[in-house]
Design a protein around this ligand. Structure first.
Ligand code: T5A
Length: 222
């Protein structure tokens, strides 16, 4: 059976990586073949581009250049890691994916939006997430968490941007969730990490249950 492709989206420091790790531990304890990955990155080629992008080395060349680099990294990641894992039946937990491109590169206007959507189509080559958990948090709290976690390290290309810009992205993530309710679930990421974990666990195990029951019904029908 095809696996399950779940993406985690939301603002900086929202707690995505923390929850992916907890969920992966839980799924593996239950015997599920589970792959944890991230964007930008996730494959050797894409990790090389991650370094360039997050250092801000492409920023002076404009939004198109950055958007294309994210798409190039995604294409490699999809073909080298995500698609093979989903095809062998694994559960793939991916820290950021297409909605981050929509929200970080595609908010400038109609031209940016159309360009980013075209790049997404090319990069995913038909492989869309089955489920997306959108971690919603006040950007001031998220940036504070990210800064505490970082310690003495320098903020990356996007963490340096203003709270207003991050607020616009928060709104854009919520709009995506509203437009695509079958795929997206909004999670209150300001809650205590254990509470967030309970909500994430319930959502993912419910999706697995539906998948198993659905497969059972198909077998009965056949
Ligand atoms: N990007 C990415 C684009 O512009 N376009 C794209 O197409 C893609 C794919 C990636 C950057 O690239 C951009 C978006 C990003 O700016 P990244 O380093 O991978 O950069 O950044 P993030 O994905 O934002 O990762 P962060 O690590 O900043 O955030 P997380 O993973 O959401 O947060 P996490 O789990 O590391 O937690 C942060 C801190 O908060 C604590 C944790 O212990 C940690 O210290 N924490 C909590 N504290 C209190 N309560 C909770 N519930 C907590 N949960 C975690």
């Amino acid at each position: 059976m095809r696996g399950l492709f779940i993406t985690f989206e939301g603002g900086e420091g929202a707690g995505k990586s923390t929850q992916i790790k907890r969920l992966a531990d839980r799924l593996r304890r239950k015997g599920y073949d589970t792959v944890v990955t991230r964007e930008p990155g996730g494959s050797p080629g894409a990790e090389a581009l991650r370094h360039v992008i997050l250092l801000g080395a492409a920023e002076p060349f404009g939004w198109r250049m950055e958007a294309i680099l994210f798409a190039a990294a995604r294409s490699d990641h999809v073909e080298q890691v995500i698609r093979p894992a989903v095809e062998r039946g694994a559960i793939v937990l991916c820290d950021r994916f297409i909605d981050s491109s929509r929200v970080y590169q595609g908010l400038g206007g109609e031209e940016e939006r159309a360009f980013v959507e075209m790049l997404i189509r090319v990069a995913v080559n038909g492989l869309m997430p089955d489920m997306t958990l959108i971690f919603d948090i006040d950007p001031e709290i998220g940036l504070q968490r990210a800064s505490e976690r970082r310690g003495e390290e320098v903020a990356d290309r996007f963490e340096k941007e203003t709270v207003d810009i991050h607020q616009g992205r928060r709104d854009a993530f919520l709009e995506i969730a509203e437009r695509e309710p079958d795929r997206c679930i909004v999670i209150d990421a300001s809650a205590d990490a254990h509470e967030v974990e309970d909500v994430v666990t319930a959502a993912v195990f419910a999706a697995l249950e539906i998948r198993v029951n659905g497969a059972g019904q198909e077998r009965e029908a056949g």
